[in-house]
Design a protein around this ligand. Sequence first.
Ligand SMILES: Cc1cc2nc3c(=O)[nH]c(=O)nc-3n(C[C@H](O)[C@H](O)[C@H](O)COP(=O)(O)OP(=O)(O)OC[C@H]3O[C@@H](n4cnc5c(N)ncnc54)[C@H](O)[C@@H]3O)c2cc1C
Length: 469
Amino acid sequence: MSLSPDARSTAVGSLREPGTGPIFLPDEPGYDAARAAWMAATDQRPAAVATPTTPAEVAAVVKAAAAAGLRVAPQSTGHSASPLPGRGLDDVVLVRTGALDEVTIDAANRRARVGSGVVWEPAVTAAAEHGLAALHGSSPNVGIAGYSLGGGASWYARQLGLATNSLTGVELITADGELVRASHTENPDLFWALRGGGGSFGVVTALEFRLYDFSTAYAGLLLWDVADAERVLRTWARWAPAAPEAITTAFRILNLPPLPDIPEVVRGRHIAVIDGAILADDDRAAEILAELRAQRPEVDTFARVPTPAITRIHMDPEPPTPAVTNGALLAAFPDAAVDAFVAELGVGTRSTLFFGELRQLGGALVRPAEGGGALDRLDGDFSVLGVAIVPTPQARAAGEADARALVTALAPWANGRHYLNFTERADVDPRTFFPEEVWSRLTAIRATVDPGGLFVANHPIGREAAPVG
Ligand SMILES: Cc1cc2nc3c(=O)[nH]c(=O)nc-3n(C[C@H](O)[C@H](O)[C@H](O)COP(=O)(O)OP(=O)(O)OC[C@H]3O[C@@H](n4cnc5c(N)ncnc54)[C@H](O)[C@@H]3O)c2cc1C
C-alpha cells in the first residue's frame, strides 16, 4: 500500500501516544540509527521505527499503528532484513525489539526465558553457567527470535533437531494489541504456527525454550588450501549422510580478503574448511572425526570447547555486514555435485563469493518431531548457501550473479524446497518452505489471528485466499 505524503504524515504523527515508547520518523534525528539492519546492504525505510522497551509499549505501538491504518513489521537484529523492503514499507511501522533483553535461566527445570531482543551469546553464556546448553546457531549475535521462529539449525541439530522444536512458550502482541501466550496448552494452534512460520502472527516479546544437559562439546575446524578442496569435499560428501548423529558440520570454500583483522594464517587466502561440533566424549569424538582428519588438514582446532566459544567457531562476521546470499535445500550430493561445486569455487575460479557453504543435514533434522510445529524438520540431506560481501552496487551485482550461479550449478540435486532462515531474497515463494498441507494450515491460522494483514514478515505467510502479504 502506498500512502500520500499527507496521509502518511497524519498516520505516523498519531503513533506518538502516551505509552508507545520511542518512535522515530523519517528526517528526524535517530531514524537512520533506529532503522539500520545488521544486514547492512538492506536500505529499509519504513514510515516509522519504534524501539519499545517493554511489552506494554509494544502493545501500545501495535494498537496505535492499527488505528492509524499502518502495518507493523517486527524485527530484532535485522540479520534477515533483506527481503523486507520488497514487501513495501511505505505504510509500515518497523518495531525493533532489541531493548527487550532480559535473560532468565531456570536451571532446575532446564528452561530459558529471553526477551525477543536477546541474541545468542548472552543466553548461551548464562545457560553454560548452570552447566546447560541452548540450540544456538553459528553466529553469536543472531537474534533468538527470528532464528527460533524460522527453524534454527544449530551445531547440535543432527542429534537434537531444529531449535524451534525446543520452544516451550512464546509471548506476543497480536493484531488486537493484546499480550497472548502460546504454548502446547495455551493457544496451541498459534504455538504450532509460530514454530517455523516466522513473524507473520504478531510481535513476539519473549520466548521460552528447553535447555540441554551439557556446557561443552568437541568442536572446531579443519582447514586446507583450496588445492585440496575437491578431494576433501568428495570425502566429506560421501561421509556426511551416514555419519553419527552426534556430529553436525559444514563444508565451505572461502575466499578471504587480505584485511589486517583476519588471522594471518588465512588472510588473503583461498581455503576449504570443515567445522562443527560433536556431542560425545573425547575418545568417541576422535573416532567420529578420524575419516576427516585422515585428509591431513593444515590446521585442526577440534578440541573440547565451552558452548559460548562454539558460537564463534564458524567465524561469522559480527558487525553489521553488507551481504547477499542465495541458497537451496539439496536431496543429495553425489560426485557430480562435488564437481559442480568445485567448478564454481575451486582452484582458478574467479567467483566473487566470500564463501560457498554446504551444511550437513540428516539425523534428527529430517525426522518428524513429536508435538512439533509448522517446521519441525528440514527436507534434504544438505543445504547450499552462496554468500558475497557487497560494499558497492557493482559488487552487489557480481555477488548476486555468483551466488545464483552456485545454486544453479547444484540445481540437479535441489528438491524444490528452501529453508526460511537461509533465505535472504524476497523472490523466493514462502510456500517452498513447507509441505503443501502445512502451508494451508498456516494460512488458515494467519487468517484467524491477523485477518486484516497487520503484520509484515520478511517471509510472509498468506491469509488463505488473500494474496501473499
Ligand atoms: C551470520 C549469520 C549466521 C547465521 N547462522 C545461522 C545458523 O547457524 N542456523 C540457522 O538456522 N540460521 C542461521 N542464520 C539465519 C538466521 O537464523 C536468520 O537470519 C534469522 O531470521 C535471524 O533472526 P534475527 O531475529 O536476528 O533477524 P531479524 O532480521 O531481526 O528477523 C528476521 C525475521 O524474523 C521475524 N522476527 C524477528 N523478531 C521478531 C519478533 N520480535 N516478533 C516477531 N517476529 C520476529 C520477522 O519476520 C523478521 O523479519 C544466520 C544468519 C546470519 C546472517
